[in-house]
Ligand binder design. Structure first.
Ligand code: SF4
Length: 293
């Protein structure tokens, strides 16, 4: 198999087979991320993709799922994606679900008709690293789009029938803008129909512009308690009929599950308990020990 540089795979999807159709990230400028800093974006050569598919077909000819790599493989135009999707179906004829993580902006270069064709070829579920629905926060972290783009592109996915996840990055607005980040993100998410909302807690990794800003006193990170308070505010304002997961380092509380609305009160109560009695020092130690997204 051809795997080059950093490989990110969504751990909630079947983690095998994986197929690298692109390398790196087209954007590579989010202030909290260094994951692909040294990997220029490019499409994998078609010969590599075909060789990998032959190898996968040899190992598991009945594969029903596959996850496309790397950071944002759907950045490719429909014209470039179509032959790859056709090839996947040729070598793995039982394929049902083609998964991919990708950027909101990657949907812009596709029409709804093209998205529908992608769905017919197996692209059934994608994950959008949205991070925030608050424009000043999106600008602050250099995401490269605004809330209006999120709505426009998510509505195209809905029209095409492609299921999608949305992520909220807890803590990324810092102390100054935390409240607006939580409330305005929920407002934007509520106008979409994600099958799942996922939340992750910000870690300031070495080499990230956001850590450098924090060291210069230009970014004021939230404490663990403030992170939980922001997450609670986001959850209280969220009304999406979806599943919900969190990567937050919360000790002993399971905030993962289907049917968010039915469990919303329990999630808010669990967050309240953590805010009052959680082992915040332990959470901070876990966060400090992380080395990558
Ligand atoms: S967070 Fe995602 S979109 Fe932003 S630079 Fe990292 S890989 Fe690229």
């Amino acid at each position: 198999m051809h795997f080059t540089g950093t490989v990110y795979r969504n751990p909630y999807w079947p983690t095998w087979p994986l197929l690298e159709i692109t390398q790196g990230c087209t954007h590579n400028r989010c202030k909290f991320c260094t994951m692909y800093r040294d990997v220029p974006f490019r499409m994998s050569p078609l010969e590599w993709i075909e060789e990998d598919l032959k190898e996968l077909a040899g190992c598991d000819p009945d594969a029903r799922t596959i996850q496309l790599l790397s950071a944002n493989p759907l950045a490719l135009t429909y014209e470039k994606l179509e032959p790859i999707l056709v090839m996947i179906n040729k070598y793995l004829p039982k394929i049902e679900y083609i998964y991919a993580s990708t950027r909101v902006t990657d949907i812009r270069n596709k029409t709804v008709e093209e998205l529908k064709k992608m769905k017919k070829l197996g692209v059934r579920e994608i994950s959008l690293g949205v991070e925030s629905g608050d424009d000043p926060t999106l600008d602050r972290i250099n995401k490269g789009y605004h809330a209006a783009d999120i709505l426009e592109q998510c509505h195209k996915l809905e029209e095409a029938g492609i299921d999608y996840w949305m992520t909220f990055l807890n803590g990324v607005a810092g102390r100054e803008h935390s409240r607006e980040h939580a409330i305005n993100s929920a407002k934007i998410f509520n106008q979409c129909k994600p099958m799942l909302v996922g939340t992750g807690g910000l870690t300031l990794f070495p080499g990230t512009p956001l850590l450098e800003e924090a060291e210069r006193g230009e970014f004021d990170p939230l404490s663990e308690k403030e992170m939980l308070e922001e997450l609670k505010l986001f959850v209280e304002n969220l009304t999406c009929d979806c599943s919900f997961i969190t990567h937050h380092t919360i000790s002993g509380v399971n905030l993962t599950g289907p049917d968010f609305l039915a469990h919303k009160e329990k999630i808010v109560a669990a967050l309240d308990r953590e805010i009052k009695n959680g082992d915040l020092d332990r959470m901070a130690a876990i966060r400090r020990s992380k080395r990558t997204l």
